[in-house]
Design a protein around this ligand. Structure first.
Ligand code: GLN
Length: 413
């Protein structure tokens, strides 16, 4: 028996495979020679299961590298220091626009100006080119869960045609945003763009952002929680450059494109998605990738801002037994789920006056979820009911109520 998920992914590829609009990036031979028919799609869950269909050969990351290098810089220096070099506002400009704010800061790390400035933060000013590249490739490899490498041909020919990126690096240098040699800045930046990945690598990397920085297959924390959140936020608002608004309305999955034809999407807490198809639209985004994401968003109901409620109800069952009410909770208890639990508890107390809260099926509580549930229990007890907890997996780590008293526990139900 095998999973039906690849079947659904294949259906997405089938829906886009005849689309032949757009052109393969032709500014360097290594990209111009790519077979335009290549087409691949992968998803990886935040629980570490990956599925892939179609083309599984490597291609270069290009601009998809940008949110990840940004996350690395955030982990290395913190948000305030990184913000002093690069802002977080969407520019609405094309990826290679020569746009800087009045103080010389690039608008965001997704456009080339910002990405070059971020690249130069890695390993600090004064770093050698080799060490900086090494640090970035090692980080990308931990994200993918395997050793990645730079395609030297691509990096080399990128350098031969990098006039615009050199112009950006010199502008950044003139403002003191790039401190090291501007030529070297472009050298490390093109190496960052020339790291080769497959769609599966990309789906896992995107899923790492989705799970707050924990690589879901290896289980390793590769990005700090705050850095992952900030990188994903900027990806959501600026990742698709001058297509960002249309992308959010039509697809609704924070995404990042690259001129080699790769495209990643991240659904926080849920999925990493990646596609590869080299024909590009005028904004430098894969035409079939765009279509695959739009189709998936619709068919799989993935739009982040849709009203669809995929939340598991917090209360699994309410059973009256031997004069007591047993309320069984389930799933992940955050603020919204805790509110639902609290309103249910209000309805069921204080008659009968003995309540047992079974949290053995709860996956976990976040801080506010735990606080709200505990506070509701304390109030029920204040009304005169007996309240106890069945918590064999120690989901509620802190058994103290806000008034300093402690929760009662039962050992079995
Ligand atoms: N290497 C490309 C550049 O810097 C990456 C751009 C992109 O993928 N949008 O121009």
């Amino acid at each position: 028996m095998c999973s039906p998920i690849p079947h659904y992914l294949t259906r997405i590829l089938d829906a886009v495979k005849d689309e032949d609009e757009g052109d393969v990036a032709d500014y360097i031979p290594a990209l111009a020679e790519t077979d335009p028919a290549r087409l691949g799609l992968a998803v990886c869950t935040t629980t570490g299961r990956c599925y892939a269909v179609g083309d599984s050969d490597p291609f270069s990351l290009q601009s998809i590298s940008k949110p990840f290098t940004y996350a690395l810089a955030l982990d290395e220096w913190g948000f305030d220091a990184v913000s002093a070099a690069v802002g977080v506002e969407p520019s609405g400009d094309a990826f290679n626009e020569l746009s800087l704010e009045e103080d010389g800061r690039p608008m965001n790390p997704m456009i080339n100006a910002g990405a070059i400035a971020i690249n130069q933060l890695i390993n600090g000013a004064g770093s050698s080119v080799e060490e900086r590249i090494d640090k970035i490739v090692t980080f990308f490899s931990r994200l993918a869960g395997r050793a990645l490498r730079v395609n030297k041909d691509i990096a080399g020919s990128e350098l031969d045609t990098a006039d615009r990126n050199f112009a950006l690096a010199h502008m950044l240098h003139s403002f003191g945003i790039v401190e090291d040699d501007p030529h070297d800045a472009v050298v490390t930046y093109v190496h960052q763009c020339a790291v080769e990945v497959t769609v599966v690598d990309l789906a896992v990397m995107a899923a790492t952002l989705a799970s707050g920085g924990i690589q879901p297959v290896t289980g390793e924390r590769v990005i700090g929680r705050d850095a992952a959140r900030i990188a994903l936020s900027v990806m959501a608002t600026a990742g698709m450059y001058d297509f960002a608004g249309r992308w959010m309305t039509q697809v609704g999955i924070p995404a990042k494109s690259g001129v080699s034809g790769g495209l990643i999407g991240t659904l926080p807490g849920r999925l990493g998605i990646a596609s590869f198809s080299p024909r590009l639209d005028p904004t430098g985004t894969s035409v079939r990738g765009r279509k695959a994401f739009a189709t998936m968003s619709k068919q799989f109901d993935l739009h982040l801002l849709t009203g669809t409620n995929y939340r598991v109800p917090g209360v699994r069952s309410i059973v009256e037994r031997d004069g007591q009410t047993i309320i069984t909770l389930q799933g992940w208890v955050n603020f919204t789920v805790a509110e639902e639990i609290s309103s249910t508890l209000l309805r069921y107390t204080p008659t009968p006056s003995r309540v047992v809260l079974d949290v053995s099926r709860v996956t976990g509580f976040n801080t506010i979820g735990r606080q709200v549930v505990k506070e509701q229990l304390r109030r029920i007890r204040e009304e005169g009911a007996t309240v106890s907890l069945y918590d064999p997996e120690d989901r509620i780590t802190d058994m103290e109520y806000s008034d300093g008293t402690h929760m009662d526990e039962v050992d079995e139900l």
